[in-house]
Design a protein around this ligand. Structure first.
Ligand code: ATP
Ligand code: MG
Length: 251
């Protein structure tokens, strides 16, 4: 297995009113290509901070994050921006879509920003193909306030995939969705993962986490435990096994 991401002694400290808050405390982690990793843990334990620090969205205080052969804590800002654009996909709740653009144009934004990925026409075709795959092609020309939450979330997935990233980061991708829609969105993420995209996602939902390959449990800025879901078990058995493990950790 090829390691796609290696995190060494990662620390993140915020300073608020001259007071230091150590949010991540020497996190060590290796992620192999093709994994789908769920990050769970209590509110405030540092899950989002971890995702931001390893995706170059926020700067770590110390430690190393090696991604696809490059230490992204050491590269210059423009190089980091390029890596993020061409090799990483993001589904973060605070990354809103642009109000004055259609859904398709929002999806295409990162493609037009990138120097790679072929001609303008090819990019448009790819955007439409992705929308078709996720069952939202009918809303291509809608404004973002003319679609449902589930459709918008699927559009976010299309946008995160438009530059064919090596890795996808998602913070609570199903958090705002009802059970049926969240299952559907999860089906799409699992399909992407089976197609070869490595995924790291934060979730509070053990049903969602049980569909990932591995689950990390973070407490107080540290990985307290790891659980490998049984790839051969059925959904219910996986969920039950994960819940038992989580209960032992005090979830
Ligand atoms: N920009 C910031 N400045 C100061 N403190 C912050 C900042 N961002 C997060 N924190 C603090 O860091 C800690 C971890 O926050 P984080 O958002 O990573 O938690 P989380 O595990 O994602 O929680 P949740 O499940 O509620 O989303 C919290 O105590 C939070 O208050
Ligand atoms: Mg969070």
């Amino acid at each position: 297995m090829t390691t796609v991401m290696e995190i060494k002694d990662l620390c993140k400290t915020y300073v608020v009113d001259k007071r230091q808050i150590n949010v991540l405390k020497n996190v060590n982690l290796k992620v192999d290509e093709g994994e789908m990793v769920a990050i769970m843990g209590p509110s405030g334990s540092g899950k989002s901070t971890l995702l931001y620090s390893i995706s170059g969205m926020d700067q770590a205080t110390s430690g190393k994050v090696r991604f696809d052969g490059t230490d992204i804590t050491e590269v210059k800002e423009n190089e980091l921006a390029e890596i993020r654009l061409d090799k990483m996909g993001f589904i973060f709740q605070q990354m809103f879509m642009m109000k004055n653009l259609t859904i398709l144009d929002n999806i295409l934004l990162p493609a037009f920003e990138s120097k790679k990925g072929g001609s303008r026409e090819e990019k448009i075709r790819k955007g439409e193909d992705l929308m078709r795959k996720l069952g939202i092609i009918d809303i291509a020309d809608n404004d973002i306030n003319e679609v449902s939450g589930g459709q918008l979330q699927r559009a976010c997935i299309c946008r995160s995939m438009i530059n064919s990233p090596k890795i996808l980061f998602a913070d609570e991708p199903t958090g705002a969705l009802n059970r049926t829609t969240s299952n559907e969105v999860m089906d799409e993420l699992v399909k992407l993962n089976r197609g070869g995209t490595t995924i790291m996602m934060v979730t509070h939902d053990s049903r969602i986490a049980s569909r990932c390959t591995r689950v990390l449990f973070i407490v107080d800025g540290n990985i307290k435990g790891e659980f490998n879901n049984d790839p051969d078990a059925d959904d219910r058995t996986r969920e039950r096994a994960l819940n038992n493990w989580l209960m032992d950790l005090g979830w």
